[in-house]
Design a protein around this ligand. Structure first.
Ligand code: GLN
Length: 230
C-alpha cells in the first residue's frame, strides 16, 4: 500500500507532464521550505499536474493550486515569515487558490493552534487544532479509514464514501470547526480531515500511499481555477 515507485516508474510520469506545452500545464505549487514535499511532487506528476517547488514569494506567482506538506509547522511558519510569503500566500488562498494540506500544512492553514497562540499561521481555514495529538514519531501508524471524499467546490455534488489508507505521523487533530467547514473524517471522535470550499486539509499523509484521491481532487480544482482566472 505504501508507495515507493522505482525511479524508472516515476520518470515516466515526469516525462509525460514535462512534454505538455507550458501554457497547457496545470501548475501546482508545493511549499518546499521544509518537510515531505518531494512525495507530493511525485503524486502530482502521477495525476498529470506540473509541481512547482515554492521557496520564495515570487514562486507563488502563476500557480493554479498549492500543496502544503507535512513536516514541522513551527519551522515552516518561521521561514514563511522570514521569506515574506505568509501574507501573500494567505491572500491567494482567501481569493480562491485551491489548497490541499497535510499534517503540518493543516496546522499552518488553521485559525487557531491550541497552546501555540503565537505561532505564525495563514489563518485561512476556520478550525482550531491540537498539534501532536497522536503522540511522537515512534507512535506512527497506518489505518484503513472510512471517510468522505472531498467534493468539487464548483459542482453541486454530494461527498462519496471511501475507504482510505491513512498514514499517521505525529498527526494533529482538529478540535473544532466553524460553520463553513465540512468534516470528512473522524476517528474515535477525533476530526482528521476537513473541507472549506476549495481548501482540503487532512491530519494524515496521502502522499505516502498509492491512493491519488486527494491529489486528483486538487488537480481538478486547479484546472477549474485556471479557467476562471483567465
Ligand atoms: N507535529 C508536527 C507539527 O506540529 C506535524 C507532523 C507532520 O507533519 N507529520 O508541525
Amino acid at each position: 500500500m505504501l508507495t515507493h515507485l522505482s525511479p524508472i516508474h516515476i520518470e515516466k510520469y515526469i516525462q509525460e507532464v514535462e512534454n505538455v506545452p507550458s501554457e497547457k500545464q496545470i501548475r501546482i505549487g508545493v511549499l518546499a521550505l521544509q518537510g515531505a514535499f518531494i512525495e507530493h511532487c511525485h503524486s502530482l506528476y502521477r495525476v498529470g499536474a506540473k509541481p512547482v517547488e515554492v521557496r520564495t514569494a515570487e514562486d507563488l506567482d502563476g500557480l493554479h493550486g498549492i500543496c502544503l506538506p507535512g513536516g514541522e509547522s513551527t519551522v515552516m511558519a518561521k521561514l514563511l515569515v522570514q521569506n515574506n510569503m505568509l501574507d501573500k500566500l494567505a491572500c491567494l488562498i482567501n481569493k480562491g487558490l485551491p489548497v490541499f494540506a497535510t499534517c503540518a500544512g493543516l496546522i499552518l492553514l488553521s485559525k487557531e493552534i491550541i497552546g501555540f497562540e503565537n505561532q505564525p499561521r495563514l489563518n485561512c481555514l476556520d478550525i482550531a487544532v491540537n498539534r501532536n495529538a497522536f503522540g511522537r514519531q515512534i507512535d506512527s501508524f497506518v489505518e484503513e479509514m472510512e471517510m468522505l471524499a472531498p467534493k468539487h467546490s464548483y459542482l453541486n455534488e454530494e461527498h462519496k464514501k471511501v475507504v482510505f489508507p491513512a498514514v499517521f505521523i505525529r498527526a494533529p487533530q482538529v478540535a473544532s470547526v466553524g460553520d463553513n467547514v465540512e468534516i470528512l473524517s473522524k476517528r474515535e471522535e477525533r476530526i482528521l480531515a476537513v473541507q472549506q470550499k476549495s481548501i482540503v486539509a487532512v491530519a494524515f499523509h496521502p502522499e505516502l500511499t498509492e491512493n491519488m484521491l486527494f491529489h486528483t481532487w486538487l488537480y481538478e480544482e486547479a484546472k477549474h481555477y485556471k479557467e476562471i482566472i483567465k
